[in-house]
Design a protein around this ligand. Structure first.
Ligand SMILES: Cc1cc2nc3c(=O)[nH]c(=O)nc-3n(C[C@H](O)[C@H](O)[C@H](O)COP(=O)(O)OP(=O)(O)OC[C@H]3O[C@@H](n4cnc5c(N)ncnc54)[C@H](O)[C@@H]3O)c2cc1C
Length: 478
């Protein structure tokens, strides 16, 4: 490739320097690199069908911290990180025009809102003789390395694993750049990183002492180092991963994976190093299985497309529509269903943005099967509140829980009482979070849900124009 003068790197959910293909390719292709991050209105402030903003306070704080660290790290390389709020395609286009760059390098996204933005930008760039250069870095496997085309990815996870694990190898991650970035010869203001207040949240929000995840690449690598090598917890992972309490039952690495502060291929490499050093194959295998599940959900979204956002889901099952009842839904959101185990879990979710997998399954099952509420409302609330929200992991898991996913699982209807007895036999988890609910000084996240009204626009996360019929339900308020 001929080296051109300038390239823009559009950071999206790849907020890291290690194993960042877009950044590495830009550095190799251009004399000057212009890194940019945009807080896009549609992905941050726009309301979902539940009325909540798409990005809630926990994830917002985490991203602000991650962007801030990324800027520091780029400064360390002699570079900048241009930060803006607004519409990505307008902002990047105007920077591209001003800088007379040749390309915008970025990670390719596959889900509607993200794709719409990248497509509009790409078309506008063509108009000024510039191009988008897409890279991939979200998964363990590259689509091109699969032994089948995407349309033939098995719909069952067990089958998918069987047909890939032994035959597909994980590519080596790229090291972080060591070469200093050349000083920009075009004058572009770096821009302030916004604050929680700029998004309408108080600075105290999502600043809980419990399960406080610090955003950024360093914190990700530190957490990984601690969980694998120092905590002593990793060998127990196959037994504890479905636990509901404690800081090291599972890796709790999902927020960093979701924002790309940690590369899955880097993580894989660390797991293999652990296996080699300790000979402990079992826990490494179990962890890799979790990462394969993450890839699988992304492949399901890629294969089946936007139907993952429809009430009838991947399977097209018409029977799982559920009610759109504002009062009942908000009781679930606010931990006021009257079922202590569920209310405690919803309280933890609201206060911290995180729930272990077992509890996610329980609250989802309760909403769908016991309350009879439409699962798309649950998925949309998760989109707002989760600190580790990842479009395909969230929506495809909800598809599975609702019985409209790619495979029908036997374990999707859970008995709350049996689950509470099994996973919280002493009631300590339930007591802890119900007690927290009563404590005044921990009410740092206001009762966001009280002002919320559900919108029956029909738009979950589908491309805007095509969606109106899909989730069109009548609202009721009891
Ligand atoms: C209804 C529902 C919604 C979910 N929404 C999300 C989401 O938005 N983002 C998200 O990252 N996970 C989601 N999950 C999956 C899972 O609950 C979390 O990944 C996990 O709880 C994160 O904790 P951990 O990092 O300690 O997991 P670990 O057990 O340590 O697993 C390691 C990693 O593997 C991946 N992983 C594990 N299980 C799954 C799974 N079932 N699906 C996809 N990836 C998985 C995650 O990246 C996780 O960080 C959802 C699950 C359910 C049931």
């Amino acid at each position: 490739m001929i080296t051109k003068r300038r390239a823009i790197v559009w950071f999206r959910q790849d907020l890291r320097l290690h194993d960042n293909v877009a950044l590495s390719e830009a550095i190799n292709s251009a004399l000057e690199v212009i890194p940019v991050f945009v807080f896009d209105d549609r992905l941050f402030q726009e309301a979902t069908i539940t009325g909540f903003p798409r990005t809630g306070p926990h994830r917002l704080r985490f991203i602000l911290e991650s962007v801030s660290e990324l800027r520091k790290r780029l400064h360390g390389l002699g570079g900048k990180l241009i930060v803006r709020m607004g519409r990505t395609e307008d902002i990047l286009f105007s920077i591209a025009e001003q800088a007379k760059s040749s390309w915008i390098f970025c990670n390719r996204e596959r889900t509607p809102i993200e794709v719409e933005i990248q497509d509009v930008l790409e078309k506008r760039l063509w108009g000024i003789g510039q191009e988008m250069r897409y890279s991939r870095g979200k998964m363990l496997y590259h689509t091109a390395d699969l032994p089948f085309p995407i349309q033939h990815v098995p719909d069952s996870f067990a089958q998918y694993r069987k047909e890939t694990e032994r035959y597909v190898s994980v590519r080596s991650p790229l090291p972080e750049p060591t070469k200093n970035l050349a000083q920009l010869t075009v004058d572009i203001e770096e821009g302030e990183i916004p604050t929680m207040l700029d998004f309408g949240y108080s600075d105290l929000e999502a600043n809980t002492d419990e399960l406080r995840f610090m955003g950024g690449e360093r914190a990700a690598l530190n957490r990984l180092q601690y969980f694998l090598w120092e905590s002593g917890a990793f060998p127990k992972y196959p037994k504890t991963a479905q636990g509901i309490q404690g800081d090291n039952m599972s890796s709790m690495i999902s927020p960093w994976l979701a924002q790309g502060c940690l590369s899955p291929k880097w993580l894989y490499q660390e797991l293999k190093a652990y296996e080699q050093k300790t000979g402990n194959v079992k826990c490494v295998k179990a962890f890799i299985q979790a990462l394969l599940l993450r890839d699988f959900h992304r492949f399901m979204a890629k294969k089946h497309g936007e139907v993952i956002f429809d009430v009838t889901g991947i399977s097209g099952n018409q029977e799982m529509k559920g009610k759109w009842d504002t009062d009942v839904f908000l009781k679930w959101v606010n931990g006021e269903t009257g079922v202590p185990f569920i209310d405690a879990a919803m309280m933890q979710l609201k206060r911290t943005g995180f729930l272990p997998n077992r509890l996610r399954q329980n609250v989802a099952s309760y909403l769908i099967n016991d309350l009879g509420i439409s699962w798309v409302l649950g998925a949309s609330y998760f989109e707002h509140i989760l600190i580790d929200y990842d479009v395909t992991s969230n929506w495809s898991n909800w598809n599975q829980m609702a019985g409209v996913g790619s495979e029908l699982r036997d374990d999707r209807c859970l008995s709350v009482n049996a689950q509470a007895q099994r996973y919280d036999p002493q009631g300590s988890f339930t007591q802890k979070w119900l007690h927290r609910k009563k404590e005044k000084n921990l009410q740092s996240v206001p009762d966001q849900a009280s002002a919320t009204t559900l919108s029956n626009s029909g738009k979950t996360r589908r491309a805007s124009a095509k969606s109106s019929h899909t989730n069109d339900q009548t609202l009721s308020s009891s």
